[in-house]
Ligand binder design. Structure first.
Ligand code: DX5
Ligand code: ZN
Length: 231
């Protein structure tokens, strides 16, 4: 059964660093998940790519299921796929607590967001760097999480695009604390503080955790969390 209780935790005690499962060691997935939980991760971000909506192919429900078996942490399925309406139920069945779809993948995100909430999961809506916030204004009342992408989706280790910061500020101004704000792409030691200052409560991090020359996860997560908190 999906959960929504953690949403209030994130509102009350931001920010949260969400490791993105894209550059981790999938050969030792359960061990990686346990290590991230022990390192203080408060939720995990799973990057689902279909090779169609984005020019890369990663994984689907089976990996979400495997991660679900290894942890009770909240799981976000970041769906970078065409036709998300056809798959949201399957990702919730697999164990996702937050299902985040892309506004660019659908004509109208509202019916899909309602579908996700009807299943008791948290509904997330993502916009790519070129997509203005105004585009999703009508759908915001149906969102629990809004994700401002700071890279064009499809790959890790890309440079941070500051266009996301103005969107976060605008959303925070308009919606106060009722919306959880998330940023994803190029979030690292140099960019995490300004993301938190702009209003992001959920900070997705890939290479700044998994491409740090074997630096222990607790150190990376603690440093990123501290930089965000001190912002
Ligand atoms: C990119 C993914 C991100 C990515 C982040 O499309 O949605 O979650 O893994 O990785 P970094 O932090 O390396 O940019
Ligand atoms: Zn992502």
């Amino acid at each position: 059964m999906p959960r929504r209780d953690f949403l209030e935790d994130f509102r009350q005690a931001p920010p949260a660093v969400l490791p993105s499962l894209l550059l981790c060691d999938f050969g030792n997935l359960a061990a990686e998940v346990h290590a991230l939980q022990a390192a203080g991760a408060r939720a995990l971000h799973l990057d689902v790519m279909d090779g169609n909506f984005v020019p890369n192919l990663t994984y689907g429900m089976t990996i979400v299921e495997a991660v679900r078996k290894s942890t009770d942490l909240p799981l976000e399925a970041h769906l970078m796929i065409a036709r998300p309406a056809d798959y949201v139920d399957a990702f919730i069945d697999a164990g996702a607590d937050v299902v985040t779809i892309h506004a660019e993948a659908v004509d109208d995100p509202r019916p899909v967001l309602e579908q996700i909430r009807r299943r008791g999961a948290a509904a997330g809506l993502a916009i790519n760097p070129p997509t203005p916030v105004e585009t999703i204004a009508a759908a915001l009342p149906l969102c629990d999480v809004v994700l401002a992408m700071s890279v064009m989706p499809g790959f890790g280790s890309q440079a941070f695009d500051p266009v996301a910061l103005n969107k976060l500020r605008a959303l925070r101004r308009q919606w106060g604390d009722s919306l959880l704000l998330e940023v994803d792409g190029g979030v690292n030691e140099k960019t995490v503080a300004e993301c938190a200052r702009a209003g992001a409560q959920l900070l997705v991090v890939g290479s700044a955790i998994f491409r740090r020359g074997g630096r222990p996860y607790p150190e990376s997560i603690a440093e990123l969390t501290e930089l965000a908190r001190a912002s």
